[in-house]
Every structure is written in C-alpha cells, then in structure tokens.
Design a protein around this ligand. Sequence first.
Ligand SMILES: Nc1ncnc2c1ncn2[C@@H]1O[C@H](COP(=O)(O)OP(=O)(O)OP(=O)(O)O)[C@@H](O)[C@H]1O
Ligand SMILES: [Mg+2]
Length: 358
Amino acid sequence: MTAIVVAGHICVDLTPQLGASAHSDSDRLLEPGRLIGVGALQIGLGGCVANTGLALADLGAEVSLHSTVGDDDLGRIVADTVNRMPRLHSDLQVTPDHATSYSLVLEPAGHDRTFWHHTGANTDFTGEHLDVGDAPLLHLGYPPLLPGLLADGGEPLERMLARARERGATTSLDLAVVDPSSEVGAVDWTTILRRAAAVTDILSPSLDDLTSALGATSGIPPLPAATAALAYADLLLGWGAAVVAISAGSDGLLMRTAGADRLERGGRLLAPLAARWADTSLRVRPFAVDRVETTNGAGDASTAGLLFALSRGASPTLAAHAATAAAAAVVSGRRPTPEVMSGMLPAGVHLFPATEAP
Ligand SMILES: Nc1ncnc2c1ncn2[C@@H]1O[C@H](COP(=O)(O)OP(=O)(O)OP(=O)(O)O)[C@@H](O)[C@H]1O
Ligand SMILES: [Mg+2]
C-alpha cells in the first residue's frame, strides 16, 4: 500500500505534571530564585502532522510524515518516536537555522491549559523538499503556523498543493486558529485561502479556524454554529474545494461536497468516488462520550477518520461518522484503533479488515 503523506506543522509537547496548587499559586510561578516542585515530564508529539498522522496510523493506514525539525535532541526525539511506531515512516528535513518546535504545556490539575510555544524549525517549512511520488493523498496542516508557506500571498502554499496535484495525489488541507495579535494575524487570509482552495480537494478546518481567518472580510456575520458552517462551506466550495468538512466542537461536523465534474478531478482517492460523493450535504452530531478527557487533537483525529474512510472507498455518510468516531475516541482519552472505532460505528461496516463480512 503506498503511504498517505501528512506534511507540515510538528512540535514536541513537553508537559510537566502540575498539582492544583500551581494554579492558586500562579502569580508566583515566575518569581526569581524560587524552586517549584513539579511532577514527571511527559514528552509527546503534537501539531497537525503528529496528531493526524498518528491517528491515521492507528486506524490502519501507512503514513509518511514530512516536516522540518532542528539539528538537536528534540529533533532526534521526533525521529525516534516516529520510527518506533508501526505504519509510520519519517521524511524529516533537518534545518541548521532553527531549533525543533516545542510547546511547554502548563496544565494545573482541574484548570485549562496554557501553552508556551516555540515556532522554531516550522518557520523553515516551505514544502519544496516534498516528493509525494505516487501517494494517493497529501494532507497538509496548518498554514497559520507555517509562515514559510504564506509569503507572496500564499504562493509557496499554492505551489506545494499544485505540485502534489500534478502528480495525481488528492490534496487535503487543515487550518488552525489565526491569532489576530500575531504576525500571521495581519496577512491577507482571503487571498491565501482562495488560492489554496483552488488547488485543494478536501478542506477540514474547524469553524473557529475559519472565523479567525475570514470572519472580518468574508461578509459572513456572526451566526449560530450550524448556519455559519453552511455559509463557510459554500464559500470554500465556491473557491474550488471539492469536499468541505467543518467541525464545530460539541456542535459536531458539517460536510458538503461539490458536483461530480469537480470530484472527478479530485485525484487518486476522490476521483473514483465522484458519483457517490457528489452534491452531498450532511451534518453529524458528536458521538456521546461518558467523560471529556481532552479536546486537544479532536479536530485532527476527525480529519484522520474522514481521510481514512475515504481511502477505504466509504460513502460520505460513513466517512462523516468515522470522523466523529475518531474524534470521540480522542475526546474520551483513547486512540482511534480499529477495535475502539468498531465499538462506535454500526455493526457490519467495511472500514477495517477485522470487521469485514466474510
Ligand atoms: N466537548 C465535546 N464533546 C463531544 N465531542 C466533541 C467535543 N469537542 C469536540 N468534539 C468532537 O471533535 C470534533 C472536532 O472538534 P473541534 O471542532 O473542536 O476541532 P478543532 O478545534 O480543530 O480541534 P483541534 O484543533 O484541537 O484538533 C467535533 O466535530 C466533535 O465530533
Ligand atoms: Mg483543528
């Protein structure tokens, strides 16, 4: 099986275990000369490439990860972690100019988390070193955290997606929330996303991603989530995307698709499904979970569920349910393995070899 390529933003998440007292004492956390006792350090991979790539591998896909890291210990942790995992292949670029990107995740027990994030080597990601070969699919995320893709009105972003398309791959793009106070908050997101959508087959942003990038210029006023998602989906389809899946947290997922003539030009994965996937509009509620462990990476898992289902030739309805099931797995603190997914999807679905009818 030729591997799916997942490219773009990667970082190392460094999470010291903090007690509840870290919150009540938060004013003194940076007090000079003070020693603050903390628990064990958890080291994991984060960012679109790790979150969506690992979830795709959990589901059963072969995945090649293409990102830029620094020539340092954290970069070697990224490579070792990826190489240890089944079905994951690393295609990492090493830059001499920046340190590996990391987030220090500060999460006092029972409180919301704060991130200290270093963009680092992600600054140098331009996609120009990527050779997709005959991959069925290129998934890329997240342009708001990859400044190297945004120069000249998003020219490198457009070029990267267009090159993958010329090789016959289906192209897929996910976004992240644009921080208005950051440098990328000032770029022209309408121009960038219009150009990107014209060479992207599948777009799977969250509603927050879209309102943060386009809310001020799209002419779409603040609306209830369901109505806003419809308006943004139509905007992105109008710009040339073939499949738009917008997640809206506990409001679930909206998926809309273009007509068959557009889907027929959707690359190796999508083109064969054009007739079944054309002119679809559906909304899926989130899977109920007993306890929300974390919503971090839920959107990335949702994208992985959608793309995996597509790679298995699933119907739009099954793909949307696979997206919400994979998100629910992560939200409830589990990995989206075939076993976990099969416990949520209706019996007899043909997504995983183990659940296929004899
Ligand atoms: N509180 C919740 N309860 C149940 N399901 C949720 C909840 N939050 C998210 N989900 C599920 O996760 C999916 C994706 O969530 P969301 O729209 O928040 O993505 P996101 O903001 O892109 O997440 P991230 O960027 O952290 O990966 C939703 O469509 C839904 O299925
Ligand atoms: Mg997201």
